[in-house]
Design a protein around this ligand. Structure first.
Ligand SMILES: Cc1cc2nc3c(=O)[nH]c(=O)nc-3n(C[C@H](O)[C@H](O)[C@H](O)COP(=O)(O)O)c2cc1C
Length: 285
C-alpha cells in the first residue's frame, strides 16, 4: 500500500511512529511500520526533568509507584532492594547538599532513594540461626544493584504514564556515608541513586535526547565494532545540534566521554567507592 492509499488512522499512526523514532535517534530513522503500542510510545518519549512545581502528588501515588517497582523481575525472588521515600524538606535539603547541591532534589515533592539492601537477608538468616556465607560476595551486591535498577525504572515508567516527571540522581554516590547518616541506613544497605518525582515546572520544556544510532549498540549474533567511528561522528553532530537547540551549548558525546572518563577526579568522590562500600557492610569478596 502506498501512502496515498493509507487510511487516515494508519497515516496518523505511521506519523506518530516516525516522529517518535526521529526524536529518539535525531531524525532519519525512517521507521513507520514498527510494532507499536502506547507503552512503547511512552518509553520512546522519556526525558529527564530538572525543575518541578511544588504540588503534592495525588493520594496513593507512592504506593502505586512502589507496586510497579515490585512488579519488576528480581533475581531468585530475593528482592534485595529497598526504597526510602523522602518528602521532608529538611531531609531533602541535606540530600541535595550531599548530591552536588542539585536544586531539583529539594524542589521535587517526592525523592526516592533506591537501596541495594542485603540487610534484610542478613536479618532473616540471623533470626533463623542460618549461615549467610554467600552474602559478602561481589556477585550478591551486583544482584542487589541490578534488581534495584530494574525496580526503579519500572517506577519511572509508571510515573511517566501518570503524567509525572523524574530524574535519577547518581550524585548520591558522591558521599554515600553522609547519605547513610541522613537516612539512618543500617549496615549492608547502599544508596545506589536517587529519583526526583513530581510535576514538571514547565511541561513543554525539555526534549527527547537523541541516543547513539542503534547500529552502535545492537550487535547481531556476535559483537562487531563495524563502522563505530562513523556512527560516533554522526551522533556527535546530532547531539551537538540537540544541545544547541535546548540551550546547552555545543556539547557532543565524545566530549562528554572525555570529560567524565578522562580522569578519576570527574567521578566526584566516587573513585573511592570500594573502601566506602566495605565500610558500609559490603566486603565484595
Ligand atoms: C543512574 C543514573 C544517574 C543519574 N544521575 C543524574 C544526576 O545526578 N543528575 C542529573 O541531573 N541527571 C542524572 N541522570 C540523568 C541523565 O543525565 C540522563 O538520563 C541522560 O542525560 C539522558 O537524558 P534523558 O534521561 O533526558 O534521556 C542520571 C541517570 C541515571 C540513569
Amino acid at each position: 500500500m502506498n501512502e496515498a492509499e493509507a487510511k487516515p488512522e494508519q497515516k496518523t499512526r505511521a506519523d506518530e511512529i516516525r516522529r517518535a523514532f526521529d526524536a529518539r535517534y535525531g531524525g532519519g530513522a525512517g521507521l513507520q511500520t514498527a510494532p507499536w503500542s502506547a507503552t512503547i510510545g511512552l518509553l520512546l518519549s522519556h526525558r529527564s526533568v530538572r525543575a518541578y512545581r511544588p504540588d503534592q502528588l495525588p493520594a496513593d501515588t507512592l504506593e502505586t509507584l512502589i507496586a510497579a517497582a515490585q512488579s519488576a523481575a528480581t533475581s531468585s525472588n530475593l528482592q534485595t532492594w529497598s526504597a526510602v521515600a523522602v518528602t521532608r524538606p529538611d531531609l531533602k535539603a541535606e540530600l541535595a547538599r550531599a548530591a552536588n547541591r542539585q536544586r531539583h532534589v529539594e524542589q521535587c515533592p517526592l525523592f526516592l532513594v533506591w537501596l541495594a539492601d542485603l540487610s534484610r537477608l542478613e536479618r532473616t538468616l540471623r533470626e533463623e540461626g542460618a549461615p549467610a556465607e554467600a552474602l559478602p560476595f561481589l556477585e550478591v551486591f551486583l544482584t542487589a544493584a541490578i534488581d534495584a535498577a530494574l525496580a526503579a525504572q519500572n517506577a519511572v515508567v509508571a510515573a511517566e504514564s501518570l503524567g509525572l516527571s523524574t530524574v535519577y540522581i547518581g550524585a548520591l554516590r558522591n558521599d554515600p556515608e553522609r547519605v547513610a547518616e541522613i537516612l539512618a541506613l543500617p549496615s549492608a544497605t547502599f544508596a545506589l541513586f536517587g529519583l526526583c518525582v513530581g510535576y514538571a515546572a514547565n511541561p513543554d520544556a525539555g526534549a527527547v535526547k537523541p541516543r547513539l544510532p542503534q547500529a552502535a549498540v545492537l550487535h547481531r549474533e556476535q559483537y562487531s565494532v563495524g563502522d563505530e567511528r562513523a556512527l560516533r561522528a554522526a551522533y556527535d553532530a546530532e547531539l551537538e545540534a540537540f544541545s544547541r537547540r535546548v540551550g546547552m551549548g555545543a556539547q557532543n558525546w565524545t566530549g562528554r566521554v572525555k570529560e567524565r572518563i578522562g580522569a578519576p577526579g570527574s567521578l566526584h568522590g566516587r573513585e573511592r567507592l570500594k573502601p566506602t562500600l566495605r565500610r558500609l557492610g559490603f566486603p565484595l569478596r
